[in-house]
Design a protein around this ligand. Structure first.
Ligand code: ADP
Length: 169
């Protein structure tokens, strides 16, 4: 089941909140900053404890799991979407970021997960194309009984996601 919500993802009452992070996993602006502020320093410490290669804790398209600090969720799943105009196949990497996150949710027996609009902020992905990839990937994931929420921060994004979901169903 997919539910679309306009609001702040840090308020989501789910097992896992997905963070649109950068490769270092050391926090940043946008939704990443909001999640770290709400979760508190425990989240940054958990990220810092993850293995890194040349400062990269999570390559683009992959995902990493940590506890969620002060958030009501049990886990934060950090994933890194593509920077739209810096990679060859941004659509594949965006789908992979959603797939990697869903895989971790399944492996850890989550019943519910909340996604932001990955790559739709400073990473510059066109929102209609991102909505199609996000929703299509989730609809095709076939994880039984996983309740998937999308937190769209801006009303226009909620409208785009609603139209796209209607066209896919
Ligand atoms: P990226 O670097 O992947 O583009 P951003 O954080 O810049 O990530 O933006 C991703 C999306 O998250 C944007 O659509 C932005 O409007 C949205 N966003 C920002 N803050 C929040 C929040 N607190 N809850 C949900 N979505 C948010």
């Amino acid at each position: 089941m997919i539910e679309l919500i306009c609001g702040d993802i840090t308020q989501a009452k789910v097992d896992a909140i997905v963070n649109a992070a950068n490769c270092s996993l050391l926090g940043g602006g946008g939704v990443d900053g909001a999640i770290h502020r709400a979760a508190g320093p425990e989240l940054l410490a958990a990220c810092q404890a993850l293995p890194e290669v040349d400062g990269v804790r999570c390559p683009t398209g992959e995902a990493r799991l940590t506890p969620a600090g002060n958030l009501s969720a049990q886990y934060v799943i950090h994933t890194v979407g593509p920077i739209y105009d810096q990679v060859r196949h941004p659509e594949r990497l965006l789908a992979k970021a959603y797939e990697s996150s869903l895989e971790l949710a399944e492996q850890t027996h989550c019943n519910s997960i909340a996604f932001p609009a990955i790559s739709c902020g400073v990473y510059g992905f066109p929102h209609d194309e991102a909505a199609f990839i996000a929703l299509n990937t989730c609809l095709n994931a076939e994880i039984p009984n996983l309740h998937i929420q999308f937190y769209l921060f801006k009303p226009l994004d909620l409208t785009i996601w609603q139209h796209t979901l209607n066209s896919l169903l």
